[in-house]
Structures are given as structure tokens and as C-alpha cells.
Design a protein around this ligand. Sequence first.
Ligand SMILES: [Zn+2]
Length: 71
Amino acid sequence: MTRWNAEGVHLKDLPYALSRVDIVSLYRNMNRCMLCMRVGVNEAGVCGVCYSMLDGEPLKAVLEWTMGKRP
Ligand SMILES: [Zn+2]
């Protein structure tokens, strides 16, 4: 089973990670980006740098969080 806590999430796994409230909460609580582990994240648990590089499905999944459609 993949561990989510120490090394962050692969970009290809981002939509899955963002579908899991427990995973997003984990990175938000650590205030670490789930993709690059940089400090300082948004509501989706992703930092500004990674956020600006996203498009397609991963971006849509992040927007669900940043636009408040998720808890
Ligand atoms: Zn990042």
C-alpha cells in the first residue's frame, strides 16, 4: 500500500489524493504541499508553485477544494 505521509503524492495520483478528505487534511495540517513537500499550502494541500503548473483533471480536482466545494 502506498504511504501518503512522508514523501508526497505523485502528480498522476493527485486526483485520487484529492478525492480523499483524510489525505488532503493530512497535508493541510502539516502545511506541506502533497506534491513537492514545500511549506505553505492552499485548501487542497497544494503549494502555489505546483498549483500554477497544474492543468486538466488535476487542476479541476484542486479547484473543487479551493472553491469551497469540499469540506
Ligand atoms: Zn508543491
